[in-house]
Design a protein around this ligand. Structure first.
Ligand code: AQP
Length: 344
């Protein structure tokens, strides 16, 4: 883990990240987030939450939201997060997130938020109808991270800009309230294979829970037949696979499938191409399907096991929320003092 870059900050290395309970988790979430969380829990104190406050920036059916929150928790556990090591909790159970977000809303500048590309992507042409929460989403994300003084944030490529905004908010807070080094300037951990998995139907879009086409993603809840069928139908070109990753530059679909293979197999794209160069997708896709089923099958199975015991998931989430509050509450108390709010 690299040293974080706030020179005056002297606290411990801490990892924090989360996933929104907005639908079925997919291969992109798994490779871009869950696999990294699981690895990092052994390297630093780790806080992983279910981002339900973020989820409601877009409409969620209340009954489904509860079920999806448990499903994300089950996916965390199935991917290998250990609640004895990592703190796993629902974001809304720690009310300090929302309170700190308000203070940060008054630190962040409108110009900074106007530059966030995810808001533009998600609101599309319908900006006027988007929720205010969707616009200030990155400020809440800064509060999530800084409440725990997290130094490292494992995220997919799409979230890198939000971690940069978090650094700007931390630096401005430290400066405005004359508290050098109070908040660390967190580092996004987003490099490597799996950082950006694209849609199986259109490789110019990232794989996403909210894509209306189920064929665009591989869900962690898909069975082996569904996984194989989606890979078989994935959009590709008619050319054989080349010898080097450079030659995939103008072939986004091929690049995506090779990237998925590499991430699932813990290899580089170059190594995968060494094996498959000269072969067409007719030969490559069944191999990819076998690999995906072999790697995801046990995760899906474990997830089903956890989902069958919602009381145990609730117990883990409640205990995690209590542990999270032990860190969050003192931070918020100190922040309120620095800001000058009345009280102890
Ligand atoms: N396609 C992706 N490739 C790699 N990483 C990805 N992540 C999401 N999509 C990909 C990473 O998964 C984590 C959790 O994401 P999230 O659910 O909190 O929000 P998101 O990025 O908006 O994910 P989705 O799937 O696109 O959800 P919807 O469609 O509901 O907005 C993050 O670390 C993210 O980088």
């Amino acid at each position: 883990m690299t040293e974080q870059t706030s020179p005056a900050y002297a606290g411990p290395a801490r990892v924090l990240s989360g996933v929104k309970p907005t639908g079925d988790l997919h291969l992109g979430n798994y490779l871009g987030a869950l696999v990294k969380f699981t690895r990092m829990q052994h390297e630093a104190e780790t806080f992983i939450f279910v981002a339900d406050l973020h989820a409601i920036t877009e409409w969620q059916e209340p009954a489904k939201l509860t079920a999806q929150t448990r499903e994300i928790a089950a996916a965390y556990l199935a991917a290998g997060l250990d609640p004895k090591i990592a703190t796993i909790f629902p974001q809304s159970a720690v009310t300090e997130h929302a309170e700190l977000a308000w203070i940060f809303n008054c630190v962040a500048r409108v110009g900074w938020l106007d530059r966030m590309t995810q808001f533009k992507d998600k609101s599309g042409k319908n900006k006027e109808k988007a929720s205010v929460g969707l616009y200030t989403y990155p400020v809440l994300q800064a509060a999530d991270i800084l409440l725990y003084k997290a130094t490292h944030v494992p995220v997919g490529d799409d979230q890198k800009q939000h971690v940069e905004l978090t650094r700007d908010i931390a630096a401005k807070f430290n400066h405005d309230f004359d508290a050098p080094g109070y908040f660390p300037l967190p580092e996004p951990i987003h490099q490597g294979v799996g950082a950006r998995i694209m849609s199986l139907r259109d490789a110019s879009e990232k794989m996403s829970k909210s894509n209306p086409s189920d064929a665009a993603r591989i869900n962690l809840t898909d069975d082996a037949d569904a996984v194989a069928q989606k890979i078989r139908k994935a959009k590709t070109d008619a050319l054989p696979l080349p010898e080097t990753p450079d030659e995939l530059k103008d072939r986004p679909e091929a690049q995506n499938l090779i990237g998925i293979y590499a991430a699932l197999d813990g290899r580089t794209a170059a190594e995968v191409l060494t094996e498959f160069a000269g072969q067409g997708f007719g030969a490559f896709k069944p191999k990819l399907a076998d690999l995906a089923v072999a790697k995801l099958g046990p995760v899906t199975e474990a997830m089903r096991g956890f989902m069958a015991d919602p009381a145990e998931i609730d117990r883990i989430l409640a205990a995690g929320a209590e542990r999270a509050r032990e860190v969050a509450a003192p931070t918020l108390r100190q922040v309120k003092k620095l800001v000058g709010f009345w009280g102890d």
